[in-house]
Design a protein around this ligand. Structure first.
Ligand SMILES: CC(C)(COP(=O)(O)OP(=O)(O)OC[C@H]1O[C@@H](n2cnc3c(N)ncnc32)[C@H](O)[C@@H]1OP(=O)(O)O)[C@@H](O)C(=O)NCCC(=O)NCCS
Length: 158
């Protein structure tokens, strides 16, 4: 079973060691860098939610959620909405349905509105990231036509 868990002193190294394949590196930052971004967001008025993705007791991936990113240059939808960033499943655990199961848990979590109310969830992704695009479309996300920092913005009404 897939679960989202807090990054802890115990699991942090295992999470930092998870990685995507070489040809996927341009799609997502390293988990170490993402956790650093969470710290900066948290200490500058943002609401980041970094999670380890577990398959039973095995760490297999990482995701970072953020609410209402402020103080950064962001697309207009960022205001008071939830963003899914940096979703990754380690290369050796891909294509087993873990990404899809993780997305279900992520959306369940977002729908508890942990940092405040919102109408939308949005995801920035590289337009040629076919796997990610398909995954998000299957959950009802649709591109809003905006390109921001060379990334497409795909949006779901919550
Ligand atoms: C995108 C990613 C998280 C998907 O995780 P995964 O566990 O391999 O995906 P799943 O096995 O759960 O597959 C879920 C869906 O993703 C899509 N998908 C996954 N791999 C795919 C591929 N190679 N080509 C096309 N679609 C693909 C499919 O829609 C699939 O559903 P289906 O099997 O019913 O068609 C994973 O490929 C990854 O970590 N990629 C590198 C990092 C990245 O690009 N993150 C997204 C940043 S925006």
């Amino acid at each position: 079973m897939i679960t989202l868990r807090k990054i802890t002193l115990e699991n942090r190294r295992a999470i930092f060691n998870l990685e995507v394949s070489e040809d996927q590196r341009r799609f997502v930052a390293s988990n170490l860098s993402s956790v650093a971004s969470c710290y900066i967001l948290a200490t500058n008025g943002g609401h980041p939610f970094p999670f380890a993705i577990y398959a039973d007791e095995q760490p297999v991936g990482f995701v970072m959620l953020a609410y209402g990113i402020t103080g950064y240059e962001e697309p207009s939808i960022a205001d008071d909405n939830y963003c899914i960033m940096r979703l990754m499943i380690d290369k050796q655990y891909q294509n087993r349905g873990y990404g899809r199961e993780a997305m279900k848990k992520i959306l369940e979590f977002i729908r508890t509105f942990p940092a405040g109310p919102a109408h939308y969830c949005w995801i920035p992704y590289k337009p040629d990231n076919v796997a990610a695009k398909k995954l998000y479309e299957n959950f009802g996300f649709r591109d809003n036509g905006e390109i921001f920092n060379n990334e497409s913005i795909t949006v779901l009404r919550l």
